[in-house]
Design a protein around this ligand. Structure first.
Ligand code: ADP
Length: 494
């Protein structure tokens, strides 16, 4: 029987299990959403038990539907989200605090005021922002009754979602994570590859709660026999954006992938060099294989597909996300209307948590078409903002970025958007045949970890382009539009 790989893709809104063949083509898929909890303004939580049940159920369904032998399991996950649990019972001490959660903004601001951010960035490649795990872990230790004392007695374990799932899958035997997930905690030194004692002290995190950090393709043990009726080998782990980078086979320095889902995430492979950003991008681990880390520059756009959701659910000017395509295409130009989707502040390269959204250039005859077009265009402009920041950082280190953008995510179904992206970025935009690049990347890692692939070249040759969009807009038009965006953007920054 052909060996198959199960990929567990635990995302912010849903959990997906997909089975892939070694050829990188999907054999089965099962998906389940989980609830979002908003206990206070700016706070976002998930029920880790509900996530675990969804993962188990979808994994069982995907395995049953694939009808073959599962040779290895890979895990990819929403990053930064934190869980603390009891070492003995495995029970979470509190709902998971989600990456979007801003409850530790004050803690971050207090630390920033002490002038420590440059030091933190030098060690972690990140910024002092509530987005990352460290202040969320500290919040849990300080606000869950008895948590610090229990941690001091060695009773408490911390994990990002990959680690929590691994603990449950292994029947409480393996407490580990991979270098990509570790690199999002603010506690991990991306240069030495270790938990950093100075950072642990700064954030007051006891080392005893931390998982062991392994390669992204590694032996993570086997599943408890009771779960799937047999022991399955867990051989790969990576955070979702890193997994997408692998699924897009961006293995050479200079290659860029861009994922367009709820938010949008660009990742530029910088090889063995951790390029320090002068333009407020993040330096992060793209993957770690055989003990060697490959780094990336990352830019996150908080609102991309969510802007389209807002048109649908908030304004109710469309019934389906896909309607934006015909609406945008029906206009000969944007008629001067710009939408800056700073609903939850702005991410890279601005990092302004206080910025709020804006629609500029409205005239009396503007309507749903102008809003739809401005929403899609905002994705293109934000992409160009990030690409320019990346190019500037690379120029500092004397190198260039690739001349192609590999795009994926739910929004790439929108052909008008893809063409606009190519026009605004000024480079060809490629869509891959397998759009589920995140799940695919975790499957590839598991395959590598299980020795089913010879190496990254063996994986790279499986990447296939479905379609290429070439830049076609005149330079004059491109600059005029982008200039309008820059002016609208300036008005949202605080
Ligand atoms: P996530 O993984 O973040 O949940 P997906 O990759 O599944 O997101 O993409 C879903 C997002 O893409 C939604 O925000 C939706 O509004 C948007 N989207 C889906 N199809 C289209 C389309 N044809 N045009 C514009 N946006 C779309």
């Amino acid at each position: 029987m052909e060996p198959l790989i199960l990929s567990i893709d635990q995302g912010t809104t849903s959990s997906r299990a997909m089975v892939f063949g070694l050829d990188g083509r999907p054999r089965s898929l099962s998906q389940r959403e989980h609830r979002q909890y908003y206990p206070a303004p700016g706070a976002v939580e998930h029920d880790a038990e509900e996530i675990w049940r969804a993962v188990l159920e979808t994994a069982r369904q995907a395995i049953a539907a694939a009808n073959g032998e599962i040779a290895a399991i890979g895990i990819t996950n929403q990053r930064e989200t934190c869980v603390l649990w009891d070492r003995d019972s495995g029970t979470p001490l509190h709902p998971a605090i989600v990456w979007q959660d801003r409850r530790t903004a004050d803690h971050c601001a207090r630390l920033k005021a002490t002038g420590v951010e440059a030091f933190v960035t030098a060690r972690t490649g990140l910024l002092l922002d509530p987005y990352f795990s460290a202040t969320k872990i500290a919040w849990l230790l300080d606000n869950v009754s008895g948590a610090r004392e229990a941690a001091a007695r060695g009773r408490v374990l911390f994990g990002t979602i990959d680690t929590f799932l691994l603990w449950r899958l292994s029947g409480g035997r393996v407490h580990a994570t991979d270098a990509t997930n570790a690199s999002r905690t603010l506690l991990y030194n991306i240069h030495s590859g270790d938990w950093d004692a100075d950072l642990l002290e700064l954030f007051r995190i006891p080392p005893s709660i931390l998982p062991e950090v392994r390669d992204s393709a590694a032996d993570y043990g086997v599943t408890d026999k009771a779960l799937f009726g047999q022991r399955l080998a867990i051989r790969g782990i990576a955070g979702d954006q890193q997994a997408a980078t692998i699924g897009q086979a961006c293995f050479a320095p200079g290659m860029v992938k861009s994922t367009y889902g709820t938010g949008s995430f660009l990742m530029l492979n910088t090889g063995a060099e951790a390029v320090a950003s002068k333009n407020r991008l993040l330096t992060t681990v793209a993957y770690q294989l055989a003990g060697r880390r490959t780094y990336a520059l990352e830019g996150s756009i908080f609102n991309a597909g969510s802007t389209v959701q807002w048109l649908r659910d908030g304004l109710k000017v469309i019934a389906h996300a896909s309607e934006t395509e015909a609406l945008a295409a029906g206009l000969s130009d944007n008629r001067g209307v710009y939408l800056v989707p700073a609903f939850t502040g702005l991410g890279a390269p601005h990092w302004d948590p206080a910025a709020r959204g804006l629609i500029a250039g409205l005239t009396r005859d503007a309507g749903p078409a102008e809003l739809a077009r401005a929403s899609l265009e905002s994705v293109g402009y934000q992409t160009r903002d990030l690409l320019q920041a990346m190019a500037a950082d690379l120029a500092e280190s004397g190198r260039g970025a690739d001349t192609v953008l590999r795009a994926d995510g739910g929004m790439i179904a929108n052909q008008w958007l893809m063409q606009f992206l190519a026009d605004m970025a000024g480079v060809p935009v490629d869509a891959p045949e397998v759009a589920e690049t995140t799940a695919l990347g975790a499957a590839y890692l598991a395959g590598l970890g299980a020795g089913l692939y010879d190496g990254l070249e063996d994986i790279a040759k499986r990447w296939r382009r479905a379609r290429r969009f070439m830049p076609a807009m005149s330079a004059e038009m491109r600059e005029r539009l982008y200039d309008g965006w820059r002016r609208a953007l300036q008005r949202t920054l605080m």
